[in-house]
Ligand binder design. Structure first.
Ligand code: HEM
Length: 458
């Protein structure tokens, strides 16, 4: 690209000092779609006195996966605050190139399809356990809080060997501060002095110490082999790659990466399905069929297109990762605009989710978009709920399975109702976009009992 053809990059108008922070915070997905429509695929936004380049749309999503994208973008700056705060040397999302590959290889098996495939009945049992505890007939349930407890229970058991309910609040609080103050930096550092954060940080350190000690005691042959075993093995056999200092953020990583993301997504799923009675009917029918024979296998999950379509549609319309954040490693041009070395860049991968040219009638919750011949998500750059490129979500298979099984189980067992038919979801965007804590549903009754194998007969 010649210098003459480099275009002036538009700056989105905003308020003094806060810049675009308020509009962006109110509805981040809509904000980036509106800017893309008004300014095209490259523009700049201002947040609290700092300017950031934004590249958005299908080409930007594709760019993340190209060799040039890998070369021009790095993640380090966004994660360095977390690394420093926790006395570590590095973390998976903050590394690029060979160091990133080394860490990803250590963790790959623990997050893989194989690691979760034999454990679906366990996911069901944990879901049942939470249903018995919280989702009782007649109760009005705060959805997001209850999903956070459920997901902590599941991730703890699946990836670290034990459920940790007594730490849910600490993990949540530490995660909120980590994401707001240290990663996205939308809140000032002074908040790290907040005694509530300091206590949560201490408790999370205590939790990771416990997890490591318990698992080390179980020994390297403990079954089933889980993520924490691979982290401990790497620490023993290749301490340069996984030093003691990095174990804490590595063993608690699944919570930072998986708790809000999954809890927000399945809370939005509950809303979207209850809001569409035709979808609810299909989801229930599939869920009842899925659990008809008791135990389920991964193969059974291929035969639930309505539940899968509802999940994909939820992730399209309620994306938890609206943009991916990077720094430019060198000057480069994108779509005729110059991005300078050192600039922070937001990559608006969720923008195409809302574009008519990819998803006709884009605001319609239409669970049949994903089956062939429509397969609207298959167009280049159209659909990226799990991000793209080298940092594409490592937990995506696990998350898919976890969310499909959990939602199928809840809709199989529970007759849930919105507080009123005309209820419109209250939403929040900090630290992760999703339903607000005020979102509640009523448990009108039990549709089906818990299965005997889960020990949770209702
Ligand atoms: C609704 C569920 C989830 C969504 C939508 C989601 C989305 C994402 C996205 C967009 C990224 C890429 C961020 C970037 O490029 O900067 C990512 C990375 C990651 N996610 Fe997820 N995630 C989900 C659940 C999970 C779960 C359950 C886990 C593990 C327990 C997990 C583990 C990870 C890890 C380890 C990375 C870092 C990968 C790397 O940097 O190489 N995610 N996720």
């Amino acid at each position: 690209m010649t210098t003459e053809s480099v275009m002036r990059t538009p700056v989105v108008r905003g308020l003094p000092v806060v810049g675009n922070a308020l509009r962006m915070g109110k509805d981040p997905a809509q904000f980036f779609v509106d800017c893309y429509r008004a300014h095209g695929p490259v523009f700049r936004v201002r947040v609290m006195g700092r300017e950031h380049a934004v590249i958005a749309g299908p080409e930007a999503a594709e760019f993340l996966g190209t060799a040039e994208g890998r070369e021009c973008l790095r993640s380090r700056e966004f994660w360095s605050g977390l690394v420093e705060e926790y006395g570590a040397t590095r973390t998976l999302p903050g590394e690029d190139g060979p160091a990133h590959k080394e860490l990803r290889d250590i963790m790959r098996r623990g997050y893989s399809r194989e690691a979760i495939a034999d454990r679906l009945d366990e996911v069901v049992a944990i879901t049942d356990r939470n249903i018995e505890a919280t989702w009782r007939p007649g109760a009005t349930v705060p959805v997001l809080r209850s999903m956070q407890a459920l997901v902590t229970d599941q991730l703890g058991e699946l990836l670290t060997g034990a459920s940790r309910p007594e730490y849910v609040r600490d993990i949540r609080l530490a995660t909120v501060y980590i994401l707001n103050v240290l990663v996205t930096r939308t809140r000032p550092r002074v908040l790290l002095r907040d005694p509530r954060y300091k206590r949560a940080k201490r408790r999370v350190a205590e939790l990771s110490g416990k997890m490591i000690a318990e698992r080390a005691q179980a020994g390297p042959e403990a079954k089933p082999a889980i993520l924490i075993d691979d982290l401990l093995r790497a620490n023993r056999e290749n301490p340069a790659a996984m030093p003691d200092s990095d174990l804490m953020i590595s063993v608690t990583g699944p919570y930072v990466a998986g708790l809000d993301t999954v809890a927000n997504t399945i809370s939005a799923f509950v809303y979207a399905v209850l809001k569409h009675p035709g979808v609810l009917e299909r989801v229930r029918a599939e869920a009842d069929e899925l659990f008809r024979k008791g135990s389920i296998t991964e193969k059974d999950l291929r035969g639930i297109p309505a539940i899968r379509g509802a999940l994909m549609e939820t992730m399209r319309l309620y994306p938890i990762a609206v943009v991916q954040m990077r720094t430019a490693t060198r000057d480069f041009t994108f779509q005729g605009h110059c991005i300078a070395a050192g600039e922070t860049i937001y990559i608006g991968t969720s923008v195409p989710h809302f574009l008519e040219e990819f998803f006709p009638d884009p605001m319609k919750f239409d669970i049949d978009r994903y089956e062939k011949p429509r397969a609207e998500h298959m167009r280049a750059g159209a659909y990226s709920p799990y991000g793209r490129g080298q940092h594409v979500c490592l937990g995506k298979t696990l998350a898919d399975v976890q969310m499909l099984v959990t939602m199928a189980r809840m809709f199989h067992r529970l007759d849930l109702r919105l507080e009123s038919a005309d209820y419109v979801l209250a939403r929040n965007s900090v630290p992760t976009p999703g339903p607000a804590l005020s979102f509640k549903v009523k448990v009108a009754g039990l549709r089906n009992q818990g299965s005997p194998h889960s020990g949770n007969e209702a």
